[in-house]
Design a protein around this ligand. Structure first.
Ligand SMILES: NC(=O)c1ccc[n+]([C@@H]2O[C@H](COP(=O)([O-])OP(=O)(O)OC[C@H]3O[C@@H](n4cnc5c(N)ncnc54)[C@H](OP(=O)(O)O)[C@@H]3O)[C@@H](O)[C@H]2O)c1
Length: 299
């Protein structure tokens, strides 16, 4: 009798266990996407970090769409990517500070039926200049490219990204987003905007299959102006120095892991830690003095 009850209870447990197992209905499964037909759209892809990101993605067999200012190098780059990596690549010359050009990007993607499931907002400008000496054009260019273009492009391409089961947005900010800095004023503020915008949007899109990552690179030797500025920096400033290729590898792999915040390299982690623990009053004073010294040695 005891034996019977023992077997009976085991049987009940097994049946209960099976009922608890998740049932996989084929209709519940999301259809497998053919990643070979998907594209990544990268802004500022003609050189620097944008170009490195395009190469890194193409190396992972992702088709790439390159956007930058009218520049003969884009068509050459496109061909180079196709030949070297065997993926598809196309380009559009556009000035992202112009609203109509951002609409043109959306029109181009729609007309050519490009299935864009990765958007990388990389194009950005900075500089060092006293606010009172800055021209309206200089200030407007930073705001229009770093902030306005990023927001409008995400807004324009969101319906396209939403069509995919897995989609990714990667916004390029900077380590300088973690502190206000005089003589750079608008640049760190614009990069801080990108941080808040990315984190907020990532939360908002949580259940949609689209992740939003924000990348905070430290110094990278890209254009001539940045190279000069890095050259003038002391050991602390150079601590997070990485090549664009290294940053691109880290950024792409963490973007695919859907990391909301990406700080590339150990040196930048250390900087990030200090920038997080020190109060703004100390950071702004120390960093502004440092930047001012840099501008003086420049003259
Ligand atoms: N370099 C650094 O040390 C550093 C550090 C932290 C963060 N970042 C950030 O990383 C990103 C890439 O920096 P980078 O140094 O690689 O830049 P970069 O070498 O100066 O290249 C800038 C890219 O943006 C494009 N671009 C500029 N203005 C544009 C506009 N109005 N419309 C369309 N495209 C435009 C350029 O196109 P053209 O070639 O056609 O001019 C180029 O492809 C930026 O967001 C920057 O703020 C850089």
């Amino acid at each position: 009798m005891i034996r019977f009850f023992w077997w009976y209870n085991i049987k009940l447990l097994v049946i209960w266990g099976f009922k608890k197992l998740p049932v996989k209905h084929s209709s519940n499964k999301k259809p497998m996407e053919d990643s070979n037909t998907n594209y990544a759209l990268i802004t500022g892809a003609s050189r620097g970090l944008g170009k490195a990101l395009a190469f890194e993605l193409a190396g992972r067999k992702v088709n790439v769409l390159l956007v930058a200012l009218p520049n003969e190098g884009l068509s050459y780059l496109c061909k180079q990517i196709k030949d070297e990596f065997g993926v598809d690549s196309d380009y559009l010359e556009a000035d992202l500070t112009k609203r109509e050009d951002i609409f043109r990007i959306k029109g181009w993607v729609t007309e050519k039926y490009y299935k864009v499931n990765i958007l990388i907002n990389n194009a950005g400008v900075g500089g060092t200049m006293a606010f009172k000496e800055s021209s309206i054009d200089y200030l407007e260019n930073i705001i229009d490219l770093n902030i306005r273009a990023l927001v409008l492009l995400i807004h324009q391409l969101l319906p396209e990204l939403k069509r995919h089961d897995n989609a990714y947005i990667l916004n390029v900010s900077s380590m300088l987003s973690f502190s206000p800095i005089g003589y750079k004023t608008i640049y760190p503020a614009s990069k801080s905007f990108i941080y808040y915008c990315s984190r907020g949007l990532n939360e908002e899109l949580k259940k949609s299959g689209i992740s939003v990552s924000v990348l905070h690179p430290g110094p990278m030797k890209t254009n001539a102006d940045v190279r000069k500025r890095i050259g003038r920096q002391g050991l602390f400033g150079k601590m997070g120095l990485l090549s664009v290729e290294k940053v691109a590898i880290i950024a792409v792999s963490k973007m695919f892991k859907r990391k909301p915040v990406i700080v590339p390299g150990f040196g930048n982690y250390i900087n990030w830690f200090f920038l997080k623990v020190f109060p703004d009053s100390i950071k702004v004073s120390v960093l502004s003095k440092k930047v001012l010294r840099e501008t003086k040695t420049q003259q």
